[in-house]
Design a protein around this ligand. Structure first.
Ligand SMILES: [Zn+2]
Length: 159
């Protein structure tokens, strides 16, 4: 109950612009998520929105799972929620200020900068994090084990 009250207070206190930049859909995912651009990449879209996985993603799931020698659970793939941030890059924490993608694997949620939604390498990179979680792969202290990322050409930073 206390937590609910605190959230209500925060919503009331937030200025209008901040509310637009942090819509309800992502508040439960990454509270610190912020677009870095001051102008939307696509003016017709909100700052943050859930989008339907393009058909090509089904192929990318299979390809990346095969390359990583990981199991793709067919019953879980359709429940992954894809979120796009309407910005070139976004931040997810005060010390993580410029990312193209971020996966909250325990919530089956993949977040991508809008410009990277159809970028095969970036999408497959985030899919790998999700596959690692489903397969119980320990990603270690830097979250990017060499043998599961670089081996399939999925770089940690932009190629
Ligand atoms: Zn990563």
């Amino acid at each position: 109950m206390k937590r609910l009250l605190l959230l209500a207070a925060l919503v009331v206190a937030a200025p209008l612009s901040a509310q637009e930049a942090m819509p309800r859909v992502t508040r439960d995912i990454v509270p610190a998520l912020r677009p870095n651009d001051s102008v939307k990449k696509d003016v017709t879209l909100p700052w943050v929105s859930v989008y339907q996985a393009p058909a090509i993603y089904a192929k990318w799931w299979r390809e990346v799972a095969n390359c990583e020698h990981l199991v793709l659970p067919v019953e879980l793939e359709p429940i992954v929620r894809f979120v796009q941030v309407n910005s070139s890059t976004f931040r997810i924490a005060p010390h993580i200020e410029e990312v193209y993608g971020y996966t909250q694997s325990d919530r089956n949620t993949i977040i991508l900068a809008q410009s990277k939604v159809l970028d095969e390498s970036t999408v497959k990179h985030e899919m790998t994090h999700q596959l690692d979680w489903w397969n119980g792969v320990d990603e270690g202290p830097d979250f990017h084990p060499f043998d599961t990322f670089e081996a399939c050409g999925l770089h940690v930073t932009e190629p």
